[in-house]
Design a protein around this ligand. Sequence first.
Ligand code: EPZ
Length: 429
Amino acid sequence: MDKFLIRGGRSLRGKIEISGAKNSALPCLAAALLTPETVTLHNVPYVKDLITQRRLLEDLGATVLTPELRTHKITAKNIETFEAPYELVKTMRASVLALGPLLARFGQAKVSLPGGCAIGTRPIDLHLRAFEQLGAAVSLESGDVVARAPKGRLIGAEIAFEKVTVTGTENVMMAAALAKGKTIIRKAAQEPEIEDLAELLNKMGARIKGAGTSIIRIDGVEALGGAEHTIIPDRIETGTFIVAAAITGGELEIKSCDPGHIKAVIDKLREVGVEIEELNQNTLLVKCGAGGLRAKDVTTEPHPLFPTDMQAQYMALMTQAEGLSTVTETIFENRFMHASELIRLGANIQISGNKAVVQGKTRLTGAPILASDLRASASLVLAALCAQGETLIDRVYHIDRGYETIVKKLSSVGADIERITDNIAASAD
Ligand code: EPZ
């Protein structure tokens, strides 16, 4: 397994380009299953999860051409199977996003029920209940979710989610796009990735209104066509690099981002003393405030509030802020695994239930540590960049799922980081 060797204590300075949003590209690739015509997607990030999603589409019978590394031309004309197998789903939960499109277009789908993952059990009961409300018959057969539209076509319905679910909203939006009649989704997720998917679907001929708000209205159509679309920038990668500038006391110009997508993160980081200037609508200039960092509490909530995907990175930053801060995680039940590794570097963190109390400012020193999930590994990289001495982070395959060429990007702004690859295969960086 690959490792990162980081020698910390250097301030990052320079320019960083933000890649396309992993969590928008994943549903957008799945949306191509809704039509036999070609869907062209630009700015698809070159990360492991998208390589997996592409493989899933090809396993189902779609053809995927990449005339350029980040452009995917998908044609799901000859879909031969409607099944997403366990060995694929277990590596990436987002494979469940194939359920809605397959069910909507072909009236059937079989997707292995994703197990839990490091951050929580992450059921998909809300997705399945919504499909039943759209007229599907859903059953669990030897670990697979088997869904069928009895009359061959889903019927529009009023769906009220008990909990905000991002991929649940995306799955239902894609399914309802081809259903007969109108669908209303209440308590819909409002993330920018939902809006991006709706924009693609509408380009394909869908009739969706309200994406980005808590009520989404969909008028089902008979068929969808091809389209061309550019994926939005990755707001979590953006937030991660803002923290990288702050935690190393450096100065970064973050390009090709969309500050409007992470307003809650920018507001919170300014509150703790990070200087963030919007040079234009796609560029941020970030530096650590002269007065150092101040500890401030944060609670994760669905968009537009502070995102759970920035919780681990924020916790790393709070180890360098003067004072006591409480980080409250309300979305996932086990998303503090980075805390014990940060403690190994010298952080002072007490966990109690869904709250982590960070006592800063503590001096971090390098040590061997272990990545456990995608955003936890980002948090460990940030802390290692700040720690004095050498840090060896193992199991960095987690970070490769969602951060494009992070070693190259960090090295380009002065970080002393290298990937130690166990096998001879060329690394992504
Ligand atoms: C999406 O996951 C993101 N993944 C996650 O990003 C992100 O952390 C999460 O939304 C929350 O913002 C993608 O978009 C591919 P949820 P998702 O359904 O859709 C519970 C990353 O780091 N729930 O919004 O799976 C669930 O257990 C990843 O890029 C049910 O109970 O999350 C959780 O507690 C990590 N039943 C809460 O709702 C369901 O049917 C929110 O989950 C669905 C969800």
